[in-house]
Design a protein around this ligand. Sequence first.
Ligand SMILES: C[S@@+](CC[C@H](N)C(=O)[O-])C[C@H]1O[C@@H](n2cnc3c(N)ncnc32)[C@H](O)[C@@H]1O
Length: 220
Amino acid sequence: MALDRPKVVSIMKGINIGESRLMRMLTRGCFPHEFSWLIDNPVRRLFVAPETLADRLPILEGSRVLEIGPGSGYFSVEFACRVPRGRLELFDLQPEMLAKAKRKLDARGFLNVGYTAGDASTELPFPEDHFDLAVLVTVLGEVRDKRACIESVHRVLHPAGTLAVHEHLPDPDFISFDKLRSAAEERGFAFQRRFGRLWNYTATFQKSFADHRAMLGASE
Ligand SMILES: C[S@@+](CC[C@H](N)C(=O)[O-])C[C@H]1O[C@@H](n2cnc3c(N)ncnc32)[C@H](O)[C@@H]1O
């Protein structure tokens, strides 16, 4: 059955969900927290399971990990499991999403997790060169100013730190690998590796090797 906009709207009115929020979920833009059950769906494992994603990333027990746009924490529990001596910082535009993620992480007893609400288009409220890893899963496409976001992530990453981005279709905000790579390289990130298919990929980038060499040189 084909669903046009009026049909969808009348169905959603029946179950008391606002039209604007529904349209935001189906179209481009910030994914509304009222629909977090959709991104918490176990069917997502068919795209990428949290353990599979974490295995692709350079996470050590003591790593400082920044997850931007964690939503309700679908991947965050696995990231927290992997850093028993480190720290996981969750940063999301919607405090309601952070509250949902916190409930999940609290229930598992994680004490080394921070929660900050804010817009990743602006300067991230963390110290320079601080994180070993920054992860964004189906987030960057929603961010108003992607360039500013990548710039801000670059600032807070340790010189040897890694930026990891996972994107998959049919997310309406999907960013192609080529677009992502040129945006990251423009800011000085060096491409490391791509996992998966072009429609469902994880890409990793290292903060500029030049910065890393400069840091090593400065300490010699
Ligand atoms: C599609 S959800 C993905 C959630 C989670 N990464 C996952 O895959 O389950 C996108 C998330 O990014 C957040 N987000 C969108 N724009 C943002 C921004 N400018 N700054 C921080 N978070 C943002 C949304 O609030 C939402 O929680």
